[in-house]
Design a binder for this molecule. Sequence first.
Ligand code: COA
Length: 329
Amino acid sequence: MGKIHAAITGVQGWVPETKLTNKDLEKMVDTNDEWILSRTGIRERRILRTPGWATSDMCAEAVKGLLEKTGVKPGEIDMIIVATVTGDLIFPDTANTVCDKVGAKNAFGFDINAACSGFLFALSTGAQFVQNETYNKVIVVGADMMSSIIDYTDRNTCVIFGDGAGAVLLEPRKDGNGILDFVLRGDGAGRELLHMKAGGSRKPATVETLAAREHYAWQDGKRVFVHAVKGMTSTCEEVIRRNKMTTDDVQWIVPHQANMRIITSVAEHLHFPLERVMINIERYGNTTAATLPLCLWDYEKQLKKGDNIILTAFGGGFTWGALYLKWAY
Ligand code: COA
């Protein structure tokens, strides 16, 4: 009998209707469409404007769509993991709220905070429970409402980020398809280059932190850029090498959508053709934990059973990694 692997058996995304275009941003900060497009590859991003809605609502929409698509009933779900840095509240976690909102009465959930690598970390975590035969139906969601922590007077960050959610269903498979390997890395020293300055236990919210605009995402973009290229390239190389493949054996690379120049640079370093790299940054920008599942959702129709796919990401922490899977349907 074949070894059990956790396989993605369905994917669904959800993005808000409201578009924030480069032209819109021209009216908000000192920037222009030409700069944003040439330096980031982004034309527009989606912004959640539905009154009263937050990250859990985007997750719930993606999960409800996933259940409908896969024919799974809410009561059949064992566990929901949500990767996010913009949970509804500092506590409780967003995953349990999502369980409640989708009617997953027999499930429990928890959040994973690994910023832009969150989906990769959550996917590899969820896979363990399925592979070990603890659970049969695990949902992994990557979702962020970045607009809730973006300073729309800061042109270094506001042009990059957008809102969205993507969810996958993990189930056991014995046919050799599924999640086969992953390399996850971290370097806490990177916290200096990408973070939110206040709102946590180090610097709780005060009138001063609000006045200093410290409740927004802050980054040293240029230095993050260099680490992102290095981190994603090296972990992709490692996962390809240790699974005795070459890039010719890989049908698709799914990179975190942070900057089109980062994506291109990683592909060049790997000598991997851009036609087989999933890219949707132009329409969504950087949706943090949602970029990878949103790519899989966009490209789902082009995927074939048995395709070798490498997911890779880099994010705040620093966190980064690459995951190898064989597409299961
Ligand atoms: N519009 C116009 N000009 C801008 C601008 C904007 N939105 N943002 C920055 N600039 C300016 C800078 O002020 C600078 O001007 P100067 O030379 O007069 O000082 C110039 O453009 C170049 O800035 P720089 O920061 O070197 O640009 P860059 O080419 O590195 O692009 C980022 C900036 C943020 C797009 C890029 O560094 C990046 O994508 N980094 C990775 C960020 C990331 O991935 N973060 C998420 C975690 S994975």
